[in-house]
Design a protein. Structure first.
Length: 464
């Protein structure tokens, strides 16, 4: 079908038009802008192939008009722009040539669908910008290998009196995805999405959201929600890519409840982030977390929050989590982050501060900072044996000591008496007869007493 035949058919058709299995030459930049004059309300293209120059839809004022493409192939650019007013715009199972694009710019559309119900790869460019979607959008089942999918500076807001509808972006793998500067005054759901956009730094930034949910989303190498406002509840549930997903929320505002439960990220960054409602990071795992000047105005729950590489976290970030765990009376996780914080503080100390470094090192090896009673017993028994091994030969250096059952019994019976926290020698008062014996005896008893104290402290680690 050449362009003259195609445009003549459009001009002479009323109410409904369906073209099936046609190869359509759209001509040389001819503009489709006259639907409303013919009272067309439904235009469907099924299994059609569009060739030659751009397929242009411009300034179509058709608030009852539905334009739908099913299983079509675009070997040309497709453009909707300059204030089209449509009821429905659909692209279902459509193929785009790798060097071609679909551009939808500055229109008003009630229902928008871009979906694949079968295994078709998206290789071209989809650019959707500065539109107002009155009811909802449905973007689904996209397998993008090449090209890009850009959705920016759009608004979703229903007309006054219309019933609320939710929008969905689901079951898709995007190789190059940008979702910048959008305003959603209706609910939006991301479900089972994989995002791989290494060259995009702020792909979710400057957005305003109503209620929004991300479920089973892989945020790829780096996803940034910069300067976003979340006006209603927010859910990041079971979003998982712990190997390389860098997830950042700088300068963003959460006005209601937020949940990140069950998610896994390689890196989490909360920089100048404000949570006005409660926030939950229960059962979240990450390699590294960075928190700086974040505000938690209400409860923040970090129950079973796992940091797999705490040595790479700042002391400030670990301290903030520890403080929130203390506020929620979560003593078990509090003890873990107390250890992380003390270890981070030890790493920050300079060599000149060797006394503090030594104390922290000793606390760690003796009982893991008062949290491991088994470690406390091991430390006491081992350190006691080391000092007793110094003390014992000083006591019997002048005797011909023979290895026998009696001598072994004497050695170990003295050792167990040496572990008793008292200042009596296991061999009587006369045993402390020279200064070297006294030094070995006193230092050993001091470390034994310290080990016993750390063991007792460890038994009390769950106290509130």
């Amino acid at each position: 079908m050449d362009s003259n035949e195609f445009f003549k058919l459009l001009e002479n058709t009323k109410d409904e038009l369906t073209l099936t299995n046609k190869k359509i030459d759209v001509g040389n930049n001819r503009i489709i802008d006259f639907f409303i004059r013919n009272n067309l309300q439904d235009v469907q293209f099924k299994e059609c192939t569009f060739i030659n120059s751009d397929l242009l839809f411009k300034s179509i004022n058709g608030p009852l008009l539905s334009i739908e493409f099913y299983d079509c192939v675009f070997l040309c650019d497709v453009l909707f722009y300059d204030g089209c007013n449509l009821d429905t715009l659909k692209f279902i199972n459509c193929e785009i040539a790798p060097d071609k694009q679909i551009r939808i710019i500055n229109n008003k559309i009630k229902f928008f669908t871009f979906s694949y119900g079968k295994e078709i790869e998206l290789n071209g460019i989809v650019f959707i910008s500065k539109n107002r979607f009155v009811h909802n959008i449905n973007i689904a089942s996209i397998q993008q290998k090449h090209g890009s999918f850009v959705f920016l500076d759009n608004t979703i807001q229903r007309e006054e009196g219309d019933p609320p509808l939710s929008s969905y972006i689901s079951d898709s793998n995007f190789n190059n995805f940008n979702f910048y500067g959008n305003t959603f005054k209706e609910d939006l759901f991301f479900e089972r999405i994989s995002l791989k956009s290494p060259e995009i730094q702020d792909n979710f930034s400057n957005c305003i959201f109503s209620e929004i949910s991300f479920t089973n989303v892989d945020f790829g190498n780096k996803t940034v929600f910069k300067e976003c406002t979340f006006n209603e509840e927010v859910f990041f549930i079971d979003c998982k890519n712990i190997n390389n997903s860098k997830f950042s929320l700088p300068d963003s505002l959460f006005k209601k409840k937020a949940k990140f439960n069950g998610s896994e990220f390689s890196t989490i960054k909360l920089i100048n982030t404000i949570f006005e409602g409660s926030v939950s990071f229960e059962n979240v795992s990450c390699n590294v977390i960075e928190i700086d000047q974040a505000v938690f105005e209400k409860a923040a729950f970090f129950d079973d929050f796992k940091v797999l590489s705490p040595e790479n976290c700042s002391r400030k970030s670990l301290r903030i989590i520890k403080h929130q765990l203390q506020k929620s009376d979560n003593r078990i996780d509090y003890n873990r982050f107390k250890i992380y914080e003390l270890d981070a503080f030890k790493r920050e100390l300079h060599n000149k501060e060797w006394k503090d470094k030594f104390i922290l090192w000793l606390n760690n090896i003796s009982s893991k900072h008062g949290t491991d009673w088994v470690q406390g017993i091991k430390f006491t028994v081992i350190i006691g044996f080391l000092f007793y091994s110094l003390y014992f030969p000083l006591e019997f250096y002048s005797y011909d000591f023979e290895f026998s059952l009696e001598s072994i019994n004497k050695f170990f019976s003295g050792y167990f008496k040496y572990l008793i926290p008292s200042y009596k020698s296991p061999f009587g008062e006369s045993a402390l007869s020279n200064v070297f014996q006294i030094i070995a005896f006193i230092f050993g008893k001091a470390f034994i007493g310290y080990g016993i104290y750390q063991t007792i402290q460890s038994f009390r680690k769950f106290r509130l």
